[in-house]
Design a protein around this ligand. Structure first.
Ligand SMILES: Nc1ncnc2c1ncn2[C@@H]1O[C@H](COP(=O)(O)OP(=O)(O)OP(=O)(O)O)[C@@H](O)[C@H]1O
Ligand SMILES: [Mg+2]
Length: 287
């Protein structure tokens, strides 16, 4: 088993603590995130996903429980917050809450200036970060943020965090609101980044098709409790459970069930299109 880069131990979270409106929304979570893996966090709306993400870069510090990131306890008073936030890069659900400068170059430069990088290094780094997310720097360097499509904005937001050379990438429902082409494009750039830079990637998703395409493991978070955490094959075999939580199934899994119902003997463990194709070819060849 790989080494853990994040350890969460018995983590609780309450909003509006100490007021009559106090509400506990995370109820004692314990899990690890392994170095270099892609972990999907899935759950019905309001189940605590975005709350949990905010513990990974110490936006929230545990009042009850512990969160250890790269061997540093986020509760430790000696924690270097600036360094932690460089290491753990967060892409918010709405890129508009991330991009707040006028042009692409200014936006990506912002984090670098904060880290006191010299001007000439900043320009080269911006160009490299744009290239990494597949945006041509001749075309995009001086572009106004408002002139970008939704997918381009997400890529610029990612370029901005990549420029800081992170080790862990946190994405809150990154493909929500993208059109189908934008979605495929975006998923490919995440895969590319992961393969090229070996980034540990944690992403919340409401799209089960994204989950089967990207995730090495899946956490199912329901009402602030971990119901399952396992490899995708072991998660999606539990159809009834997932549906009972109000979750949907990946399209391929639905198709597999339809095929089985109509008497075609494909394996019910299949979760992605490549496995389905292989299985159908085998069936065709043997008939
Ligand atoms: N700032 C806040 N003050 C009070 N309650 C909050 C606050 N932010 C979130 N909550 C509550 O905490 C619970 C978990 O919210 P959270 O945003 O973490 O869920 P989520 O799984 O990310 O939901 P979604 O799928 O809608 O993004 C919800 O009941 C929500 O109403
Ligand atoms: Mg959320």
């Amino acid at each position: 088993m790989s080494k853990a880069i994040i350890k969460v131990e018995n983590l609780f979270h309450s909003y509006m603590q100490g007021t009559p409106f106090e509400k506990e929304v995370l109820h004692g979570l314990s899990f690890e995130v392994y170095h270099g893996e892609k972990l999907a966090i899935v759950g019905p709306t309001q189940s605590g996903k975005s709350t949990l993400l905010q513990y990974f870069n110490a936006i929230f510090i545990p009042k009850k429980g512990r969160v250890i990131v790269d061997e540093q306890d986020t509760k430790d008073s000696r924690l270097n917050l600036k360094e932690l936030r460089r290491k753990v890069a967060m892409l918010f659900q709405h890129p508009d809450s991330q991009l707040f400068k006028e042009t692409v170059a200014d936006d990506i430069a912002f984090g670098l200036k904060n880290m006191n990088f010299p001007e000439e290094v900043i320009e080269i780094t911006i160009k490299k970060a744009l290239a990494t997310v597949g945006l041509d720097s001749n075309e995009f360097f001086y572009r106004y943020i408002f002139s970008l499509s939704g997918g381009e904005k997400k890529k610029v937001a990612i370029a901005g965090i990549l420029a800081l050379n992170p080790e862990i990438l946190i994405l809150d429902d990154p493909t929500a609101g993208l059109d189908p082409k934008g979605r495929v494009d975006f998923l490919n750039s995440i895969k590319f980044l992961h393969d090229k830079l070996g980034l540990t990637t944690i992403f919340v998703s409401s799209n089960m098709n994204d989950v089967v395409e990207l995730a090495d493991r899946v956490m199912i978070l329901v009402d602030g409790k971990i119901e399952m955490i396992d490899i995708p094959e072991n998660i999606f075999i539990k159809r009834e459970k997932l549906l009972s939580y109000g979750l949907t199934l990946p399209s391929v899994v639905e198709l597999v069930d339809e095929l089985i119902k109509s008497g075609i003997n494909v394996d019910e463990k299949i979760i992605n299109i490549d496995q389905l194709e292989e299985s159908l070819i085998k069936i065709l060849n043997s008939s």
